[in-house]
Design a protein around this ligand. Structure first.
Ligand code: BDP
Length: 698
């Protein structure tokens, strides 16, 4: 197996007599239009039943068979029209569904067609896990916005993508063959994603040529039957760089006109386009500040152009420009609240501010972005990253949902009241109609999609991370108990292991920050505008972000949370160095000193990574060769690279602090083989560029 079908591979299962009696004899899909999600739901059921249980079934579209063994899929409205009254079904929200499998009379009814498709995938997920329990329940999505963002460039490269080149673009245009796009649509619909932004936030205006707009329409046609809308990222300076105007001032009439024309042209081709994603005034990207306009002026420019068409603007809060030496004392973590707080209420209703989960940038451990507690009259969405940019780039195992859950479930205590982050961005806490989540999911043409078979895509903020993982394992690798237990164990250990060997106590992933974002380079974290600022010297370490002594960041939270982070005693150990500057000999709540914790954690983390390899090897006979070998290579790599991480970081702080490891491991580095002591045949040496800390250097 090559992984292409992901968790929708519908692997064959044996079926007892009792199981056979539970399989539907036919499908009724209450829409005969081939491009409708209900029609797709029907064919998906047909394909699933054949592939899992070898059962061939027919599909009818226009009449409601009351045969006791039919599965009927349709919207509530379609059902009422064709089949009659519906009993038991509670009110459903947009994209919600009702599933009823009682008495061999299976009905999957949606508030709309998208909901029907979601319910169908849920039913198929049960069948594919051999689960025939009789259920009857309604499910509504966690939030209205459930998007993914691709960071694909027009030339086919993907920024921070580790699964090969783009499935959308090549040589400046949209590819002709969209087969992979269709396969992607199916996977995304099954996890209830409802829109995709297809190009990089660092956007290229040539996406807006008439030919490329037609290409976007072809992509949208492929996604539409799966209930997925397409959106695009725009470059703020396009009116000037692409449109030939002499300005891109968001308040200039010619600029307003230009965007409104382009927007009309896109909607002519893609009448249901989801909207725009904008990265402006950040990391050198153009934005409204060039003309002394506010970020709200910038966002509203697009909001006005989209409003007549019903589109929305996802405006990124990842705005910071601290790249000058004079700013190196400033704290990048403060930027989002500094820029956006005063603009609350100034954004149009169809603007959603898209906020990375933490105040810096997809790090291994961050507190939640305080911006979630500072916008009350503005819709927000949380931005997550499935592509493991700082987290091992799909070469290290990293099961992400437990990390995200620490953010989703965090109570910000706005006005002293319960204010879970997930209730803020979903719109519930401050009564916003829009809101939700978006994830950077840089899939490429590789059959693993993301670069590793173990990098999964799905999440639901209210689901238990382990339960969700286990559904995915059964669907992806089968029902064997050892497979289930082993992959569960490794996955649940993966975040703590990576955090342990890449940077703990809130000091962050001590990776190379200037170029690759891969591999250890703690020295690169300070004295540049991109760093996380460890402020490490010979005696002490950590970034003081308190109000009393530091950058004031802790004061961006509501009072109860601010008070907790302000004091060392009440700051959790895992964020100590994020908020405080302390001596290496400072004692943690655990009783250990900071430096000894560093040493121990790095050894522990690398030890755990060694076990991933052996745990995986124990599954050899239970997993098909292609996927087994692919994952094996990743674990072999991780086992070695975790040692590189361990030794680079431990050496760095040992040299800096001069404090010995009480367990005396620092001087002999267990399992380490120095490159200098090895000889290789048939290889030529070359200088790695950019430089990566490994052997003989700190
Ligand atoms: C950083 C990435 C960079 C992105 C940027 C962003 O390194 O490639 O363009 O985030 O999110 O983490 O805009």
């Amino acid at each position: 197996e090559n992984g292409l079908d992901g968790w929708l591979r519908y692997a064959p299962l044996s079926c007892s007599q009792q199981c056979k009696s539970k399989l539907p004899a036919n499908v009724v899909a209450l829409n005969a239009t081939e491009t409708s999600p209900v029609y797709v739901a029907g064919t998906e059921l047909q394909q699933g039943l054949k592939s899992i249980y070898g059962k061939k079934i027919g599909i009818s579209h226009n009449k409601c068979k009351s045969s006791s063994s039919a599965v009927v899929v349709g919207t509530l409205e379609q059902y009422r029209k064709t089949c009659g009254a519906v009993k038991d079904v509670p009110d459903l929200e947009e994209d919600g569904f009702w599933i009823d499998t009682r008495n061999n009379n299976i009905r999957i009814l949606g508030s709309n067609e998208r909901g029907v498709l979601y319910g169908t995938f849920e039913y198929l997920s049960m069948l594919a896990q051999g689960n025939f329990s009789e259920v009857a329940y309604a499910t509504n999505p966690a939030a209205p916005i459930r998007w993914v963002n691709q960071w694909d460039d027009m030339d086919g490269r993907i920024e921070r993508g580790y699964g090969g080149p783009s499935i959308f673009f090549k040589n400046g245009a949209i590819v002709d063959d969209l087969t992979r796009v269709k396969q992607y649509a199916r996977l995304l619909a099954s996890v209830r994603v409802n829109a995709i932004v297809i190009n990089n936030v660092n956007a290229d205006a040539t996406l807006l040529t008439p030919t490329n707009i037609k290409g976007i329409a072809r992509i949208a046609d492929v996604f539409r039957p799966y209930g997925i809308q397409v959106g695009v990222s725009l470059n703020f300076a396009s009116p000037q760089t692409f449109g030939g105007l002499d300005t891109y001032d968001p308040l200039d009439a010619s600029v307003i006109n230009w965007w409104s024309n382009i927007t009309d042209q896109i909607y002519d081709e893609v009448p249901d386009m989801a909207g725009y994603l904008i990265k402006a005034s950040s990391e050198g990207q153009p934005g409204p500040e060039t003309y002394n306009r506010t970020l709200a002026d910038g966002a509203n420019l697009f909001a006005h152009a989209l409003e007549p068409h019903g589109g929305i603007v996802m405006f990124r809060a990842f705005v910071y420009n601290q790249l000058n030496e004079s700013d190196w004392d400033a704290d990048r973590a403060n930027a989002a609240v500094d820029f956006f707080k005063e603009l609350d209420g100034k954004f149009e209703e169809n603007v959603v501010v898209q906020i990375k989960y933490g105040p810096i940038d997809f790090q291994v451990r961050e507190p939640p972005s305080p911006l979630f507690a500072n916008l009350f009259n503005t819709s927000t969405a949380i931005e997550l990253q499935v592509t493991q940019e700082y987290l091992g780039q799909q070469s290290h195992l990293f099961y992400l949902p437990p990390l995200w859950k620490t953010i989703f479930d965090f109570d910000l205590r706005v006005d002293g009241k319960p204010s879970l982050v997930r209730d803020v961005y979903s719109g519930k806490r401050f009564n916003r109609k829009l809101g939700g989540s978006t994830a950077v999911v840089n899939v490429g043409t590789n059959t693993t999609w993301l670069g590793s078979h173990l990098a999964m895509l799905a999440w639901n903020p209210t689901d238990d991370s382990e339960g969700m993982l286990q559904d995915w394992i059964r669907l992806t690798f089968g029902l064997d108990k050892a497979v289930l237990n082993t992959i569960t164990k490794m996955s649940m250990e993966s975040w703590p292991a990576y955090e342990n060997y890449s940077g703990n106590l809130g000091i962050q992933t001590l990776t190379d920050i200037l170029y690759t974002h891969f591999g250890p380079n703690p020295a690169s974290q300070d004295n540049n505008g991109w760093g996380q600022w460890t402020r490490a010297d010979h005696t002490s370490i950590g970034m003081d972000r308190t109000v009393s002594n530091g950058t004031g960041f802790s004061g961006q939270y509501p009072s109860e949370v601010a008070a907790m982070y302000e004091k060392i005693e009440t700051t959790p150990d895992n964020l100590l160095l994020w908020f405080h500057h302390v001596d290496y000999t400072h004692r943690l709540h655990s009783g250990k000193t900071v430096i000894q914790h560093f040493y121990d954690a790095h050894y522990d983390g690398a030890d755990t990574a060694q076990t991933f390899l052996t745990q995986w090897e124990s599954l050899q006979s239970k997993i098909d060769k292609e996927r087994y070998e692919h994952v094996l290579r990743r674990f072999e790599y991780q086992a070695g690279h975790s040692i590189v991480w361990r030794d680079a970081i431990v050496d760095f702080y040992h040299n800096l602090s001069g404090i010995a490891d009480t367990s005396k491991r620092v001087d002999n580095h267990p399992w380490r083989i120095e490159a200098e002591t090895m000889s290789l045949d048939g290889y030529k040496a070359y200088t790695v560029s950019p430089f990566e800390t490994a052997s003989g250097a700190v």
